[in-house]
Each structure stands twice: as C-alpha cells, then as structure tokens.
Design a protein around this ligand. Structure first.
Ligand code: C5P
Length: 399
C-alpha cells in the first residue's frame, strides 16, 4: 500500500462512521488518501474527522465556494491508484451501475481508470432486492471488485446480510490486490508482436497473416503486473494505451532486429511473439516490377534470427521466451528451437488447429521449458493465454 494514492468515496449510510477507521488504516499502511463524500454522507460523519485523519481537504462539491476553484473529478480519477467506495449505499450503487454522474463521487467514479473496490452497506431487504443485486452484478461485470457485505446485526435492529465489511477486511483486500498486481514492478520486459513485411519493390511485399493479438495481449498482461514493457511491433491494426507500454513500430525483420538488439541489454526478459519473416528478397527493386510474359523468380535470402541473436547475447539473469508455430512434429520442432535459440521456454501452438495460432482470438498452447517440463493448457482467450505465459515468466525470473 505504501506510496499508493487511494480515493475513498463515502456515501450516506450509517456505516459511514467506519470510514474514519478505514482512513486511519490506509494512512497507517503508507497510502495517501483523499476522501470524496456525497452530500448526505456529511450527515453521518463530519468532514472534519475525515480531513484530519486523511490529512487532506474533503471533497464534496464540484466547486470550492471558498476559493472559487473547480474540484476536478478527472484529475481525481487519474490521481487514484485505487478507488474504494465504502460504505456504498444502494442509491450510489444504482447510480454507478447506470452511469449517473450527479455528484463529485459518482463523477469521479466514471473518470477513474484505476481498480474500483465497492463495499456495499445497507439494510438486509435493500441488499437482497433484485434491483440492488442486479446493480451489483453490473458493477462486477465491468470489472469493479465487490467487497461483499457481511451477515449480522444491522442499524435498523434487524439482522441479516447488509453490514459493510470491516475496515480491516477492506484494507486487506486492497492491499492483496496491489501485491498481486505488482509482481513485475521494477522489471523491464521486451515483447515482439505481429508480422514483418519484406519489400519486393515499392508496392509489394512478402508478409504473413499474424494479427499481433498474442503479442499485444502479452504486453497488456505484463504491464498490468507493473512491468515496464517495450513492445516492438510489426504492421498491425491494434492499439495499446497502457501507460507502462512503450511501443516501437517497425516494418521489416531487419528493423525489428535492430530495435530488439538495441533494447535487450536494459531488459530483464524478452518474449518473442512476432511472426518474423525467415526470408526476404535479396534485392529490392527501386521501381515497380513490370509484368512480363515469363515467370518471375525472386531470390530470397535469410533474415537475421532475432531470437537466436538475443539467445547469444543473453546474460544468466535474463529470461528469453520464444514461440513455435508448427504444422507438424510440434514437440520435436519446439524442443529444437528451445536449444538452438537458447530459450528459457518455448510456447508451442499449432497453425492447423481451429482456435489456435494466427488471426484468431483464442490459442491452445503447450509451454516447454529448458528443464524439460511440458505444460499443456486448454484452449483459452489470448488474454488468458498471455496470463499463463507471464506467470511462467515470473517463475523463471524468481529462480
Ligand atoms: O525459427 P522459427 O521462426 O520457427 O522460430 C520462431 C521463434 O523465433 C519465434 O519466437 C519468433 O518470434 C522468433 N524469430 C525471430 N527472428 C526470426 C525468426 C523467428 O526472432 N528471424
């Protein structure tokens, strides 16, 4: 939690009194805390208490009437490494689920790019109501993390599910999230993606059907775990806007080779997911080649093998991962590549199999390690496959 910026949203429910303890725990664990309250929350706990504990002014209104300044929800949303809404009333949950932005808290929620934790707190019947349950399910489906309400005595005198999770539980949940999502912090990972185009003449090239999806999914997965990612991409129709991803666009195998060798020394690991052309025209015509009566023969020469070169440059601490896209004798070919390119592990997939390989959203891979382990995964989305590969990379980096 240390050094993290936490935006705590407090809404108008009796459990708001627990927000004081929550702020104390977060600050004690090293977080910077800003509190945004709904107007009704002020009826349950004084802003002065939360301002004193958080050591920051409390934000309630869009405008600060004292100095005429605007409390920018956009800046707040960008400042936060995590937003916690505790307590989250049925009313605020309903607004969040429906994109209603009628106060500073709900507006900041819509602006937040960070993970959002929601701790519902209300009476048992409000909590059990299908409308509330549907809204909670909506929040979950868009990636919010729900810290479930607890069973017990309620302020109404009734007993049942609806009590806000204890501040200790909320803090533990947020801190576990940060821990789990920072496994690659401080690491720099280079990832290649997409095809390469090898020019024949000014208007023609030799290319392949690689979409770049696997490489981009790997970049996102590594960046989400805190890595600084250098994504070296051939021509693709994809975009990435994670702040940890620095993208270098290249076209040919030679350009990819130069970008990779220039950057590898500063990297802890490299994942070679690009479908690099193995051959390129030995000469590139200056002008468009004219159609003639006879057949055309183009002499091809080998491109540099980037993975193999990095395998030779690799220090004992660096981890190198390659892909083997095969149509036959997969295991044998993958094992040969592992040795020839000095890889730590190779990810084998079959180009002929439905739901695997180029230009689709799923992949079916087997990881083969330099220690002789073979781990086959079921067919999964490329982002799930990326997580499996990145987990294997973390194992190697921690060895
Ligand atoms: O030798 P082959 O092309 O089958 O090996 C595939 C692996 O090697 C992939 O990880 C691919 O990104 C990498 N490769 C490379 N440079 C090449 C050819 C392949 O880095 N010229």
């Amino acid at each position: 939690m240390s050094g993290k910026n936490i935006l705590l949203g407090v809404t108008g429910g009796i459990a708001a009194y627990k927000a004081a303890q929550l702020v104390r725990l977060l600050v004690k664990q090293g977080a910077s805390v800003k509190v945004v309250m709904t107007p009704t929350a002020k009826q349950f706990i004084t802003p002065l208490t939360l301002a004193t504990l958080s050591q920051n002014p409390i934000l309630v209104d869009f405008f600060n009437s004292e100095n005429g300044e605007w409390n920018s929800h956009v800046k707040l949303g960008l400042w936060a490494d995590a937003m916690i809404i505790a307590p989250a009333t049925a009313n605020t949950i309903a607004k969040m689920a429906n994109g209603i932005a009628d106060n500073l808290l709900t507006t900041s929620y819509l602006s937040a790019r960070c993970p959002v934790f929601v701790a519902p707190a209300m009476d048992l019947d409000m909590f059990a109501h299908p409308a509330t349950q549907k809204n909670i399910a909506t929040l979950k489906s868009v990636g919010n993390i729900i810290i479930d309400a607890e069973d017990g005595e309620l302020a109404s005198g009734l007993s049942g599910k609806g009590r806000m999770a204890e501040p200790e539980t909320i803090t533990a949940c947020v801190s576990a999230y940060f821990e789990q999502n920072s496994q690659l912090s401080g690491k720099t990972i280079m990832i290649t993606a997409g095809p390469t185009y090898e020019n024949i003449d000014p208007v023609r090239f030799i290319g392949n059907y690689s979409s770049g999806k696997m490489g981009f999914a790997l970049a996102e997965a590594a960046a989400a775990l805190g890595a600084k990612v250098i994504l070296i991409s051939g021509p693709v129709k994809l975009s990435s806007n994670h702040p940890n991803i620095k993208r270098i666009d290249v076209t040919s195998a030679q350009q990819m080779f130069e970008a990779c060798t220039a950057n590898f020394a500063q990297c802890d690991a490299a994942i070679m997911a690009a479908a690099v052309a193995d051959y390129r025209p030995a000469t590139v015509a200056d002008q468009k080649i004219k159609k003639a009566e006879n057949n055309l023969t183009i002499t091809l020469e080998a491109t540099p093998d980037i993975a193999k070169s990095l395998g030779q440059m690799k220090s004992p601490k660096q981890v190198l991962v390659g892909f083997a896209l095969e149509t036959e004798n997969g295991l044998q070919n993958a094992e040969d590549k592992l040795k020839k390119k000095n890889l730590d592990f190779v990810v084998l997939n079959n180009a002929n199999e439905a739901g695997a390989g180029f230009n689709c959203d799923t992949n079916h891979v087997t990881i083969i390690t330099s220690g002789g382990e073979k781990i086959e995964f079921p067919t999964k989305s490329k982002s799930e496959v990326a997580n499996d590969i990145v987990n294997q990379l973390i194992n190697c980096l921690n060895k």
